[in-house]
Ligand binder design. Structure first.
Ligand SMILES: NC(=O)c1ccc[n+]([C@@H]2O[C@H](COP(=O)([O-])OP(=O)(O)OC[C@H]3O[C@@H](n4cnc5c(N)ncnc54)[C@H](OP(=O)(O)O)[C@@H]3O)[C@@H](O)[C@H]2O)c1
Ligand SMILES: *[C@@H]1O[C@H](CO)[C@@H](O)[C@H](O)[C@H]1NC(C)=O
Ligand SMILES: *[C@@H]1O[C@H](CO)[C@@H](O)[C@H](O)[C@H]1NC(C)=O
Ligand SMILES: *[C@@H]1O[C@H](CO)[C@@H](O)[C@H](O)[C@H]1NC(C)=O
Length: 320
């Protein structure tokens, strides 16, 4: 309830920021010039705004995208307003294990450190289809692709954190939609079951997986003594390309709930806050909404489920 009230009024929460805060506001005065960041899906929507603001604060930003025209376009837009910005684009298709491996090879050959990884790319409500590797598309793109990507980048992130003494940060774009998954949470035994596919619940499932996964990784990194935090965020409701599979439905929904919607500058705020803000030093395995920590669903906090998802994901990635 408090959530709705602060969302509508834009009143700040304990962090000093709220739903009306923009990505620029929450990173005001922060110097990120020693940091390198990868933003998946950084060619459009919240990801593009995240890339722009990270670059504005001085970070070297790699836009990882499958649509290279859109990615180059996003890069040009950033450079227009910020000619000193350091931005590169690299091809990445998260529904292909092969593309993910190629991306990591290409990134590694650039010989860059990696401080920040923003797992932002996503698809929503698409009709039933399988990824190149034969996994239901929303689970494959939103969760499994990022699972593999993150694992492949982790060595570099650990090395960077160790060599520089600067805390690494992984930010996962989840969603409030994680509350609306399948009843059992994750359908381990029927992940590809077309007959029981429900486009909305499959999205919820993938976004639940994002939180479970961030939490499990956070626990593993703490055990390893790695100076890397992992947190999940719900960015708010923002009209972006994400709505392409449900455009009219979302327009009607937006009309009915218009006071709850944000613009893209506000939509990137929670991501940028969690990626850069000094007040979050050492904070890991948490879920944020409108720049403030919140408790996610009961399922999302289930450690046994998180562990099971990790093993399940590892199996899928290794057989592909
Ligand atoms: N907008 C909201 O209200 C909202 C609410 C909650 C959570 N989120 C989350 O926020 C994140 C960003 O969404 P957005 O609203 O900014 O949507 P968006 O504008 O559609 O951005 C998503 C980006 O992900 C990319 N992408 C999709 N599939 C990909 C793949 N297989 N490989 C590489 N890139 C891929 C898209 O590229 P293409 O154009 O090539 O598809 C696009 O650039 C998503 O994770 C979403 O779940 C958004
Ligand atoms: C960036 O790194 C240099 C060299 O290690 C250091 O002197 C400087 O203080 C760092 N800047 C910030 C903002 O941390
Ligand atoms: C979130 O975090 C985990 C662990 O890093 C990752 O593998 C998972 O798939 C990520 N998903 C997204 C889209 O944020
Ligand atoms: C981890 O990073 C933080 C912030 O950059 C730093 O202050 C801290 O000393 C680091 N901790 C370790 C164990 O290296």
């Amino acid at each position: 309830m408090v959530g709705i009230l602060t969302l509508v009024t834009g009143w700040p929460g304990p962090s000093g920021f709220g739903s009306a805060s923009t990505a620029e506001m929450v990173t005001d005065g922060i110097d990120a010039s020693n940091l390198t960041a990868i933003v998946t899906g950084g060619a459009s929507g919240i990801g593009a705004e995240t890339a722009r603001v990270l670059a504005l604060r001085g970070a070297y930003v790699i836009i990882a995208a499958r649509n290279m025209d859109a990615a180059n376009n996003a890069k040009q837009l950033i450079l227009q307003s910020n000619p000193a910005g350091r931005v590169d684009v690299l091809k990445l298709d998260l529904c292909s294990f092969k593309s993910i491996r190629t991306f990591v090879d290409n990134f590694n050959s650039m010989d860059l450190p990696l401080n920040i990884l923003i797992n932002n790319a996503g698809v929503m409500f698409c009709p039933y289809q399988l990824s190149e590797d034969g996994v239901e598309m929303q689970f494959a793109t939103n969760h499994l692709g990022h699972f593999l990507l993150t694992n492949l980048l982790l060595d570099n992130m650990k090395r960077t954190a160790k060599d520089t003494g600067i805390e690494g940060r992984i930010v996962n774009l989840s969603s409030i939609a994680h509350l609306h998954s399948y009843e059992e949470g994750i359908r381990f035994d029927s992940i590809n079951d077309e007959a029981r596919y429900h486009d909305k619940r499959a999205y919820g499932q993938s976004k639940l997986a994002n939180i479970l996964h961030a939490n499990e990784l956070s626990r593993r990194l703490q055990k390893d003594g790695a100076n890397i935090t992992v947190n999940s965020v719900h960015p708010g409701l923002i009209m972006t390309n994400l709505m392409r599979h449900s455009f009219y439905l979302m327009k009607v929904f937006q009309f009915l709930t218009y006071i709850c919607w944000k613009n893209v500058a506000q939509g990137a705020a929670t991501t940028c806050f969690v990626a850069l803000h000094p007040s979050l030093k050492g904070v890991t395995g948490k879920y944020f909404l409108d720049c403030n920590e919140m408790a996610p669903s009961r399922l999302a906090r289930d450690e046994t489920l998180a562990k099971r998802l990790w093993d399940f994901s590892e199996q899928l990635v290794n057989q592909g």
